[in-house]
Design a protein around this ligand. Sequence first.
Ligand code: ZN
Length: 243
Amino acid sequence: MNLIPRLSRFAARHTACRWLALNKGRGVVSFSFDDVPASACHQGAVLLELYQARGSFYICGSLTDGMEQNQVCHSVEDLKRLIENEHEVGCHTYSHMNCANVSSDALVRDWEKNQTFFSQHGISNHGFAFPFGAYDLGSKLAAQKRFAYSRITGGGTQTGRADLSALRAQSLYSANTNVDALDALIKHTASEGGWLILYSHEVSENPGPWGTTPELLETALRIATQESCHILPVRKAIDFFLS
Ligand SMILES: [Zn+2]
């Protein structure tokens, strides 16, 4: 990476922050899915519901009823079922756009296209996840004007405070998740009263590099439950920390 993108990312990370205090004394774990493959809406949502939990699903309207990485994507009916069952549906741009170093006009046009898609189907959304976790100061500021929060990627548990304009998230990918490390991360979240946001894509017995098996997803749900963490969609987690 050359110097200018690194400086841009540094500026984006350390300015225009909207801090949320994480001081409730109880840990929160949020489960999120990006893009979103149909399997996340089916196996993923069903597993969450078995644990009385709900998730956050970040949608690109251009992927609805389509395919991505050989995965069947969600349908409009899948989104309606998620909402009926009190999951959160959020925006992930319309075209899965890399938001870093894009003109604000192009970004706003793309967001509006996704908003039109949501409106056509009566879906309200308030949260945003940056595709690829890619953002810069311009896109961070633009998202701040439009969404209640923005989620990035970049792992770990947030303790003490979290930036509502760049909420960190830890990948839950079977290809690179060590169960002992996941266990330690959730225990740390519980003991520190922090907030761990996990994200994945498909939920499949044979996931690609960016997906999880049902077994790993259930392991995370089980540990979070055993550690008495609240399991909340991102938007509801914010309400909890603000309450
Ligand atoms: Zn994505």
